[in-house]
Ligand binder design. Sequence first.
Ligand SMILES: [Mn+2]
Length: 483
Amino acid sequence: MDLEIPTASASCYWSSTEFASLVCKDIRRKRRFERVAADFLNQPGVSIPNACGDWAGTKACYRLFDHQEVTAERILEAHRDATLARLAADDEDGCLLVIQDTSALNFSTRSGMEGLGPTGSHGSQKTPGLFLHGHLVVGESGTVHGMPGGDLYARKGRDDDPAGKRNSQPLHEKESQRWLEGWNKAQRLWQDLGGNRKVLCVADREADIYELLAASQQQRAKTGDGAGLLIRSRHDRQLDREEGGSLWQIPEDLTIVAELEVEIPRGKQGLRSRRAKLTVRAGQVLLAVPAHKRKYLGLKESVGLWFLEVIETDPPAGAAPVCWRLLTTEPVMSATDAKRLVACYALRWRIEMLFRILKSGCRAEQRQVQTVEKLKALIALDLVIACHLLAMTMQARSKPDDPADRWLAREEWEALCVQAAGGGPAPALCPSIKNAVLMIAKLGGFLARKSDGDPGSDVLWRGLAKLKIYAEAWKIFSQGICG
Ligand SMILES: [Mn+2]
């Protein structure tokens, strides 16, 4: 392995800061890792031989991922450190959302690989693969900071988890334990940030687990502080009150009323994304302990939370109206509180975007290696790259006027502007991130018609691959001209 000094491109700068805390005994291995990470970022989704350029680079890359120092855990640990450093330098007020979700990664052609598990629903479909449970940190304004906790695991076969016993099993023996672990990670983040940033753990219906609700209450009782919880309700739980009744049947008790609009992304039915008008009702509730939790787990105390019912007022024809029932530890004392929490929940979609970039953009499911350990390490690197691409796309929306030089090297934004203008001299000033993302998206095939809205990350990663070629050419030719 030769010692390589990375050229001063934005991707090299990114990889050396992003993996600054990754320690390798041999500094050349560390440099090689940074180089490979930059190559992957420059061309998201291409195979290792294509990303690394030549046979020597390809061999070196495979050797790198063979090494015991290069594991998924260590890659994600370094990304966690970089994320914390970003958060420490972040001067925004407002809440930090720790968004949890799980996604299945299918490796249908790798059925012989040891260490994979079933990913088909109920384990009936035997598609081999892994699950990724991630915790994406997003600011209330929509800024994406990173994923300080990601867990890649294989599901056990169905026989290991008999359905009849599920209710009596303690949570720590079940896969749903991951939601509680995610909650603990949100607590840890709150502590790591010195307890002076508000942290809210956000998740969809899968996280509606009584143990998690109880844990959020216990922790508040114990410390009076810490991270909060905001999840979508899945079960119409019994209320602890004299007149009885259940959570979903009490609209008349929800006295806080608010109206707002949120962006609803394009649905599975092929509907366009839309701005939905929502009516929110909110109030305080006390949830009774479910009978089986009392019986098997000895849980006794009811859980006090706030409940928000969110309904779309005017859904377009053919669209299922938005109906979210949310549970939170955050007090909802006013219409402003209610609107803010619904807007936070709407940001949960960011993690779905991240998973899409990981699969469609970085094509993590197409990685070709021999062992599951190597596969996990490659997915971990793809995940960090997907976070970076998502962060850039979102920055163009949340802070559009910021200069793009945090994301692009000089030769990159120069080439971009000259290409977009169809020639002429390079501009003296770096374009804004919004303009840069728009120009990159156009390189990737974005039409920028009025109805197209903001460019998504798919046109962005296609555009980035082209930009890399233009920037290289620009650098060579402009050197030739300027001497
Ligand atoms: Mn989910």
